[in-house]
Ligand binder design. Structure first.
Ligand SMILES: [Zn+2]
Length: 172
């Protein structure tokens, strides 16, 4: 799913962990649950509009992604303090796979095209494994445009939940 969805759920997790656990468990559980949340949310992305490839010639794809990327960026800006911990660990799967491992692999492959180095270090392998074990029964709707409604609904639900938790932008 999209980064804003990951972020809202991450903030929700950190609030609950800091509400119910004392130090250092609040920090430890925030890290663990934020990490796990990424895996589960990604596993559910099959039921939302989530094309594996960029579809730059598709107007609908472009507009949706402009909006969702802007919202994602905005969610980082408003939540980074004081929810940076959960944001980091809810996104570390993507950060590692897309921004660290993939560029390194690209470099290695440019010298040695047959290199398989790094293939087994992708965090998204865990996502795929869990999907196979637990979520394989879900309908595959990655290319269905109506899938954005599911993502929008999740975003709205978690925004309301955060509102109800009276999300403050400071932890006390
Ligand atoms: Zn991911």
């Amino acid at each position: 799913m999209e980064t804003i969805t990951h972020n809202l759920i991450a903030v929700f997790i950190q609030i609950l962990c800091f509400l119910y656990f004392i130090f250092p468990w609040n920090v430890i559980f925030t890290i663990i649950f934020a990490f796990i949340s990424h895996i589960i949310v990604d596993d559910l992305s099959f039921i939302t509009y989530h094309t594996p490839d960029f579809m730059k010639d598709d107007k609908f794809w472009l507009i949706w992604h402009y909006i969702i990327y802007a919202l994602s960026l905005f969610s980082f800006v408003i939540f980074i303090i004081p929810y940076g911990l959960s944001l980091l660990f809810a996104n570390i799967v993507d950060l590692w796979d897309w921004f660290i491992l993939r560029p390194i692999q690209k470099k290695i492959k440019s010298k040695n095209p047959d290199s398989k180095w790094g293939d087994k270090y992708y965090f998204h392998q865990i996502v795929d494994w869990v999907r196979l074990k637990l979520f394989n029964w879900l309908p595959k709707r990655k290319y269905k445009k109506s899938g954005i409604l599911i993502e929008i609904s999740i975003i709205i639900v978690f925004s309301i939940l955060l509102g109800m938790l009276n999300v403050t932008l400071v932890i006390d």
